[in-house]
Design a protein around this ligand. Sequence first.
Ligand code: MTE
Length: 322
Amino acid sequence: MPIIKKRAWDLPESAVTPEHVFLNRRQILAGLGFAAASGVAGGSLFSRAAHAADDPSAELYPVARNDAYQVERAITPEKVSSTYNNFYEFGSHKQIASAAQALKIRPWEVKIDGLCDNPQTIGIDDLLSKVQLEERVYRHRCVEAWAMTVPWSGFPLADLVKLAGPQAGAKYLRMETFFDPEVASGQRASWNPWPYVEGLTIEEATNELAFMATGIYGKPLAKQFGAPLRLAVPWKYGFKSIKSIVRFTFTAERPVSFWEKIQAAEYGFWANVNPEVPHPRWSQATERLLATDERVPTRLYNGYGEQVAHLYKDLEGEALFM
Ligand code: MTE
């Protein structure tokens, strides 16, 4: 994961049109008989229209905020976080937002299998009807040393684990992203071990902080954030928070993640945030906040030690922080 020097929010004003302006333009274009799908409208206008049309969950949002998960930092503006993304399926740079609009998020089926009593394939809207959605404000710390603070909407991963009913032999939860090189040009790079895979121990997956995000900023997840279902594990480096998940597998074996396969010496299984353990190629002592560019000290477990430190007792021999 190279650090890209150019800041994505250095966009021309025209590329970051505020939402009310889009919407007004949409109404005007609709009045003129332009269909969004005509492709007449460029960039963000097209994506907004497409997003509203193909996401039937829109009416579920906004959801009530759970005040137990508050952050002292300012929320990163949506126009910044939604135009500076890591989603290698759509390119190995940060400006993938418009390419990601090609992802079709309905129908979207999620397979739950492996060592569990209730294996099933469930449509995303069915899954949404079985869970209680809430909003949580979390910090997010990328291994590349940038950070953001965003309001996710979603449900505890523990609820999905409960739905599956893991068997005694299940020690890990393996998660997998979609694989469709026709829409995701990055997946045509056959030297990478697609699909993207990540994993957690069952104890991590059922920790109160592990969250399945289905929305952000009071709306369904925009595609560049990993619609329609992505993980948010805020005490770990961001690459653990896998996007656009299609499969959850309960397993006895520790899954090998996408990044671990590519470079095991730099990206491990645990990947807990720690300012004192540098990445082999850069320091992790500080982080850069998106939008303000402020440099602030990195915190152990990204500031979530109270909730998660106990998970790593007696694991001192493991590479817990890479
Ligand atoms: N999930 C998939 N499927 N593909 C990816 O490239 N990138 C990861 C993670 N999840 C990634 C992914 C990394 S490195 C980070 S930092 C976060 O997504 C970025 O999330 P954001 O773009 O919503 O900020």
